[in-house]
Design a protein around this ligand. Structure first.
Ligand code: ADP
Ligand code: MG
Length: 323
């Protein structure tokens, strides 16, 4: 079982940013309105995620760290209408297998808190404590027991870059959650959770960028689209400025990128790209997120229609400003 967890860990936990991603997504799934992330040394020594969500009950805490323990899917048909970010139930067990993890959680039903410590997949401490409702997960010494993996970690700035990029995207995806990211005690990102996405764009990219964004909106019987796209004057050297959020999940999609770029056709200089934050909502049955363990890739069942809607919406936003 411990070996199976270490193998699964290889798929789920590639680097510190993957840990942050899984912990933060769990915090989002728990209905949190504030999520604080605190990192030391690019995440190689410590990553701590504290949320004010529903928490984990004392009875459920141990199970939460078992492989394929998920409270989010009850039947295999649920797999075809996934609404939560997590669903595989392998993140916590994988992370716990390759780090020293401490979980303190108090659930909103009982208010009772418990502290569980797991080192390399083995429980080393387990006790009732006092804590506010919500969950705090500290992961230290990632890959301390898998030296081969540790060797592949890049520099602190590189690992921090991946974490920071992910945190920016999740903040853009959830303007209603107050999110902070601290590294070695310095605040790198702070959002207020007012629900105003343009404010998050300002927090991530700066005020001037936020001022150069155009609102775009559209919907048909299957999709709702809302977001912001940049005026053609504001361009970037690559596609990294495109954030696509599908049913609350930040994803990468050639399809969405393609439709977006098509809308800017002739408006952008060669090899320049727009900045965009696009949120697309659909019934979960139109979406397959179970493509890869990282859940970054998705498949749309009505892809052509989605592309058409997106391209039309962005063109309209640009035309309205006489572009
Ligand atoms: P998944 O998210 O795929 O269900 P995980 O391994 O990430 O699997 O988490 C296992 C379970 O632990 C979750 O289903 C959830 O019940 C619980 N859990 C994890 N993190 C939190 C959190 N921050 N708040 C509340 N419950 C949590
Ligand atoms: Mg999860």
């Amino acid at each position: 079982e411990q070996l199976a967890n270490q193998i699964a860990a290889g798929e789920v936990v590639e680097r510190p940013a993957s840990v942050v991603k899984e912990l933060v997504e769990n915090a989002v799934d728990a209905g949190s309105t504030t999520i604080d992330v605190s990192i030391e040394e690019g995440g190689l020594t410590l990553m701590k995620v504290t949320d004010n969500g529903g928490g984990i009950s004392r009875e459920d805490m141990e199970t939460a760290f078992l492989r394929h323990a998920t409270s989010k899917i009850a039947t295999s048909s649920d797999l075809f209408r996934i609404a939560s970010l997590g669903f595989r139930g392998e993140a916590l067990s994988s992370i716990a297998a390759v780090s020293r993890l401490e979980c303190v959680s108090a659930d909103s039903d009982t208010g009772l808190a418990r502290r569980l410590r797991i080192e390399g997949g083995v429980i080393t401490a387990d006790e009732p404590v006092n804590a506010p409702i919500g969950t705090s997960m500290s992961v230290s010494d990632l890959f301390y027991n898998t030296p081969a993996r540790l060797k592949y970690m890049k520099s602190i700035p590189t690992e921090l870059g991946h974490i920071s990029d992910y945190m920016n995207r999740i903040a853009l995806a959830h303007p209603g959650i107050a999110i902070t990211l601290e590294h070695n005690g310095n605040v790198l990102l702070r959002t207020t959770g007012t629900g105003d996405r343009l404010q998050v764009i300002a927090a991530v990219y700066g005020r001037n960028t936020a001022k150069a964004m155009l609102k775009t909106e559209a919907s048909d019987s299957d999709y709702t689209l809302t977001g912001y796209v940049s005026k053609p004057e504001l361009t970037r050297a690559n596609r990294n400025g495109i954030t696509a959020i599908v049913n609350g999940r930040y994803i990468r999609s050639h399809s969405i990128n393609g439709a977006l770029l098509q809308a800017y056709h002739t408006l952008l200089p060669i090899n320049r790209y727009p900045l965009a934050v696009l949120e697309i909502g659909m019934h979960p049955s139109l979406l397959d997120v179970n493509v890869h363990p990282s859940k970054m890739e998705v498949r749309f069942s009505k892809e052509v229609e989605l592309r058409a809607l997106l391209e039309k919406a962005v063109k309209e936003a640009l035309h309205a400003q006489r572009y």
